[in-house]
Design a protein around this ligand. Structure first.
Ligand code: GLC
Length: 745
């Protein structure tokens, strides 16, 4: 529909119809309303508004969407189609590894591909907007939503956010409707920095830190053309994002030029009352509308107060029109006026759900996101030959045959389609070469406060002492007679995700006891770690011969684990987040400031920035990961030591594959700005190059350094570079200090 037609449509709407477009209700409210007119919902929204709501969330499925849309339009005077939005974070029916795992691929192109595949499945299921990517920078593993983040680096998070937006929205602009979903970048802003790592807690930081470290990833999503932004639950400089005009209008709209739709997070307008910046729903509605929030997700604040606020002159009707126009434009861009069902097609669902190509992509992504943390005496890769009749593997642990390990936000995934490690090993090995035992439960009462309630809801029950003893002994017997004990251990899915904050970063339940006892009786121990956040692995490191971090690897996780265990693929992942020695180190991140008393980790003197009971360094640093090939990095060379503002210098390193096995190396460029008008991190990732090396091959990897790469928010908060000394390195992870110097003149 042309713009002027949209304007006519807007002008034809009543106040109630306009307000309705800015209200989103949960599917069941609409679904119920769709079947029996007049169902009052618990949001306190009138029937008249419900009949005119603009969108709904997490209603998916071609048949269901068609039914709800049809029922809605039949009762609608204005015939403006509903917008169907959903949490399709890292896959639809085909579930990919969690974003924190995908952040280990250092391959934004891959993320774009898997988001495009996700869109293909989602559009067939009628979804039109996805609440993804989550672009929140994370530095505190106690926060459960590390799961959904791509990690602790601003540069990589920006590249990933842009790639995911492009992937989800691929084809959206094409004439032929039905391709691509609108992408909603969230949670704007800095939701990943809650004090204490406790979800929904206070976020408070300087504008400099916000701009320098937290905003770049959202901005990259906006620059990639995302159609929507979601406000975050947290405060920014004392004002919750959802009512924060500086953030939503001055920064997002005026500075960044964002013209899309702003939606709140779930019930976030009403939460302005609990935050203490609004005395009631009416004031909350006013604050949100002033800030520039367009859609109220699942509260009655807009529905029940906007009309009065306009009548009283507390808000300008022009703001209402502006917000409604943004929603109409998005519906128009999605082609809904021409086809309200836009690609929702049950036949197409059958073609694309879990399509072989999507499964293959899921397997590829899982292999590329796994991180080999330990491999003593090169235990891995195992030789497949050995296990076709001769040697034996004991596969032990609660994640050996676990279909739940998809992560909390795989809500549209098909768990029955998950390939577990047990299934994949059984496909590959002779029956006499594989024995399996669960060994113990994932977690116990002491690990999860509400576990009894959760079990009651899900019909599960804790093992009784006899079962715990029996299962443990059965597992130990298998371990004792095996050549390799493969332990599939990890953090329970319910411990991560939204609301999943922890004060401990342990592998829960009896799992560590299982590992300790297997260690005593098994010849070799390889641990597969399933988790959604960094955990403290010091004891696991000591007890295992090999330690492979598999995260929650998605639908094809079992096959990918086998590919890596038996070496048909090598683990390519490099850590997207630092793994600590202790939870007491939180927050922990590689790009930290020097402090006035930097500790070198050696000098036994007290008065330095250090702990008396733990090293400062992570157990495994950002960017770290072992491979099956062995790469040696030569000295870093610069073609000049002086960088002019308009010029560039090239920094290179020679990488030699000293092993007999080809592999992919992830070379990382780190730069340090030695002196600035404000303190600068001891290093910052400024480039990544993945390079394939044949056995014995030597290749030169080069990066161009230009002045724009050196810009930052200085003393006056202007984003610019400052002349002076810089140090640079190209390294396999973030533990190496940049040494080679150059000067920006
Ligand atoms: C949740 C999450 C957000 C999600 C939204 C809709 O509370 O914070 O990420 O998209 O509500 O389900």
């Amino acid at each position: 529909m042309r713009e002027e037609k949209l304007q006519e449509l807007l002008n034809s709407l009543s106040m109630t119809e306009k307000i309705g477009q800015l209200v989103q209700v949960p599917g069941p409210v609409l679904e119920a309303q769709g079947q029996e007119l007049g169902i009052r919902d618990d949001l306190g929204i009138s029937e008249e508004i419900i009949r005119n709501v603009g969108s709904t969330l997490n209603v998916v499925g071609a048949d269901q969407i068609r039914r709800v849309q049809k029922a809605y339009l039949e009762k609608s005077r204005h015939k403006i189609p509903l917008l169907f939005m959903a949490d399709i974070i890292y896959g639809f029916r085909t579930v990919f590894p969690i974003p924190l795992a995908l952040g280990c691929t250092f391959d934004p192109k891959l993320l774009k591909e898997l988001c495009a595949a996700t869109s293909e499945e989602s559009v067939a299921a009628g979804a039109q907007v996805t609440f993804s990517p989550m672009a929140d920078l994370v530095r505190d593993a106690r926060w459960g939503r590390c799961l959904e983040s791509t990690g602790e680096d601003p540069y990589m998070n920006g590249r990933y956010a842009a790639a995911m937006v492009e992937g989800f929205q691929e084809g959206l602009q094409e004439e032929r409707a039905g391709k691509g979903m609108a992408s909603c970048v969230k949670h704007f802003a800095a939701y990943g920095a809650p004090e204490g790592g406790r979800d929904y807690n206070t976020v408070d930081m300087s504008e400099r830190r916000l701009r320098q470290e937290y905003l770049p990833s959202y901005k990259a999503g906006v620059e990639a053309g995302c159609e929507m932004i979601m406000t975050s639950f947290n405060t920014v400089d004392g004002i919750p994002s959802t009512g924060n005009k500086w953030l939503m209008d001055d920064v997002l709209r005026k500075e960044w030029g964002f013209e899309g739709v702003v939606i709140t997070d779930y019930a976030a307008i009403a939460e302005l009352i609990a935050h203490g910046v609004a005395q009631d729903a009416k004031e909350a509605a006013r604050l949100a509308m002033e800030a520039g929030v367009d859609i109220d997700m699942c509260t009655g604040c807009y529905a029940n107060n906007l009309e009065a606020l306009i009548r009283e002159g507390a808000i300008d009707e022009a703001w209402l029109d502006r917000a409604v126009m943004r929603v109409l434009r998005l519906k128009n861009k999605l082609g809904l006026f021409e086809d309200p069902f836009r690609g929702a097609d049950a036949a197409r669902e059958k073609e694309v759900f879990l399509a072989p190509g999507h499964r293959a992509l899921a397997r590829e992504a899982a292999v590329k996101s796994m991180v080999l943390l330990e491999n003593k005496e090169e235990l891995l890769p195992l030789s497949g030959e050995d296990f076709r009749g001769g040697k034996k593997i004991a596969l032990i642990g609660p994640f050996a045959d676990n279909r739940d390990a998809l992560g909390m936000w795989a809500i549209h995934g098909d768990k029955s389609a998950v390939v577990t490690v047990k299934q994949a090993l059984s496909e590959m090995l002779a029956p006499e070469s594989l024995a399996c035992a669960e060994g113990c439960e994932t977690l116990l009462e002491e690990d999860y406060t509400d576990l009894t309630a959760v079990y009651a809801q899900t019909g599960k029950s804790a093992w009784n002492p006899e079962k715990r003893k029996e299962e443990m002994e059965r597992a130990l017997a298998l371990a004792a007679e095996s050549d390799v004990a493969v332990l599939a251990l990890g953090e329970s899915e319910i411990q991560g995700g939204e609301g999943g904050s922890r004060t401990k970063l342990t592998i829960p339940g009896d799992q560590m006891d299982l590992l300790r006892r297997v260690r005593k009786c098994a010849k070799k121990v390889a641990v597969l770690l399933f988790c959604a956040r960094p955990l403290v692995l010091d004891e696991v490191k000591e007890l295992s011969d090999a330690l492979l971090l598999v995260w929650y690897p998605g639908t094809e996780g079992g096959h990918a684990v086998c590919d890596v265990l038996f070496g048909s693929r090598e683990p390519e992942g490099r850590l997207s987040m630092s793994f600590p020695r202790s939870v007491g180190q939180m927050p922990l991140y590689y790009n930290a400031f020097s402090t006035g008393r930097p500790y070198d980790g050696r000098t036994p003197i007290r008065f330095f920035s250090r702990y008396t009971d733990c090293a400062n360094t992570p157990l495994y640093p950002y960017g770290y990961g072992l491979s099956y090939h062995r790469a040696a990095y030569g000295p870093v060379r610069l073609d000049s030591r002086t960088l002019n503002r308009e010029g560039e210098i090239t920094v290179s390193v020679e990488i030699t594959n000293e092993s007999g096995r080809a592999g992919v190396e992830t070379a990382q460029l780190y730069i340090r700005d030695v002196t600035g008008s404000v303190v600068r991190p001891v290093k910052e990732l400024k480039g990544v190059c993945k390079v394939f090396l044949e056995a014995g091959e030597k290749k030169t990897v080069s990066f161009r350094i230009t002045e724009d790469m050196l810009r930052f928010y200085g003393k006056e908060l202007r984003y610019e570079s400052e002349p002076g000394k810089f140090r640079v390195t190209i390294a396999p992870d973030s533990s190496r200090e940049p040494e080679e110097e150059f000067v920006l003149v």
